[in-house]
Structures are given as C-alpha cells and as structure tokens.
Design a protein around this ligand. Structure first.
Ligand code: HEM
Length: 183
C-alpha cells in the first residue's frame, strides 16, 4: 500500500476513535481501568480463576494484550493483532463459564464506566463470547443451532454466579454499618 493511502487510513481510524469517544466517553484510560479491574475479579473467581492461572504465565503481558484488544474492539483502533479464537478452543469451558465471565464483566463495567459506555462494552462482549462459545462447541464435536448453548457434561459442575457475588466485596458497607447509618 502506498504511504499516502496508509496515512489516510490512519486518519480515518483516528477520526472513528474520536467519534466513539465523543459519543460514549470511552478512551484508553477507561479501557485500562476496565481491563485491570475485570481481570483482578476474574482471578479471584472460584471457577474462572484457576482456568486463567493454569494458562496465563505473564499477567502483565496478558493485560496489555487485553487493553489492545478492547481498544481495537471498542475504539476501532486496529491496535490488537492477535487471534483470540484458537486460545479458547481447548480450554475446559462451556456456556456456564461464558455466563460467569459475562456476569463478572457486566458487573465491573457498570462499576467503573458510565452507563452508555458499560452498555457499549457489554454488547460487544456478548457477541464475542457467543462466537467463542460456538467455536469451543464445534471443537468438542457439538454443532449448535442458532441461539443454542453449549453444555459439556464432562466438565465439573459450575454454579451460576449471582450478581451480588460478582460485586466487589468491599464496594458496599457491611450490613451492620448500613443499619447504624439508617438510625
Ligand atoms: C469462559 C470464558 C473465558 C475464559 C475461561 C477465557 C480464558 C482465556 C485464557 C486462559 C486466555 C489466555 C490463553 C493463552 O494465552 O494461551 C485467554 C485469552 C484471550 N481471551 Fe479469553 N476467556 C474467556 C472469554 C473471553 C471473552 C468473552 C473474550 C472477549 C470478549 C475473551 C478475549 C480474550 C482474548 C482477546 C485473548 C487473547 C489475548 C492475546 O492475544 O494474548 N475471552 N482467554
């Protein structure tokens, strides 16, 4: 490609990112907070934590890739050059894990982003999660019909994550403090 064309492409990208930032408030700083807070919560999760700890050896590197990934997805910056699908195909996961991931992601997004930005991230996360779940299903020999979820009975049981469990334990005061404040 000629360098003039490349300059034009970079300019169009920068404009697209700026438009999204103007509409949603999303920028690299917000992405960094979202990614870092989310993966701290994931690592502490009883079901997802051990799966990540078994595969991610360099967390700084993982977090920086995930920031680039979300910059590409949310801001259309083109900064992520990896291929997420193959990294998930052989993990011991099914629809129940994706549901837990999404409950955590939604909870954190609502905690650290304004509502418009949280909804914007979540819409994209749901679509990508659904694609990944489909890929994992096919790898395990299951062909999903549209909207069907993948359940792998060979995996250990997974309890759904309730919203209050996904919230950071320290984010609301303990019950007795709430009581005393009301009096
Ligand atoms: C059940 C839910 C999920 C689990 C257990 C999971 C687990 C993992 C693990 C262990 C890795 C690292 C693999 C490696 O480096 O070899 C990884 C990478 C990645 N995950 Fe997930 N993931 C899940 C869902 C998602 C979703 C929903 C998204 C996107 C919305 C996502 C995006 C990514 C990306 C982009 C990478 C690759 C980063 C890179 O290029 O290094 N994951 N995931």
């Amino acid at each position: 490609m000629e360098s003039k064309q490349m300059d034009e492409m970079a300019e169009r990208r920068a404009q697209a990112s700026a438009d999204i930032t103007a509409e949603t408030g999303i920028d690299d700083a917000m992405i960094a907070v979202l990614v870092d807070t989310f993966y701290a919560r994931v690592r502490a999760d009883a079901v997802l934590g051990p799966i990540f700890e078994g595969h991610v050896t360099d967390w700084d590197e993982h977090l920086s890739q995930m920031r680039l990934f979300w910059s590409s997805v949310a801001l259309m910056s083109g900064r992520y050059h990896g291929r997420p699908m193959p990294k998930h195909l052989n993990l011991p996961i099914d629809g129940r894990h994706f549901d837990r991931w999404l409950v955590l992601f939604e909870t954190v997004a609502q905690e650290v982003c304004p509502p418009v930005a949280a909804a914007y991230f979540l819409e994209r996360a749901r679509r990508i999660a659904s694609n990944l779940e489909y890929g994992v299903a096919v790898t395990n020999g299951a062909e999903l019909t549209r909207g069907q979820r993948f359940l792998n009975p060979g995996l250990p049981p997974v309890t759904p994550l309730a919203r209050h469990e996904a919230a950071e334990k320290t984010s609301s005061p303990p019950q007795d403090q709430q009581e005393s404040r009301r009096q």
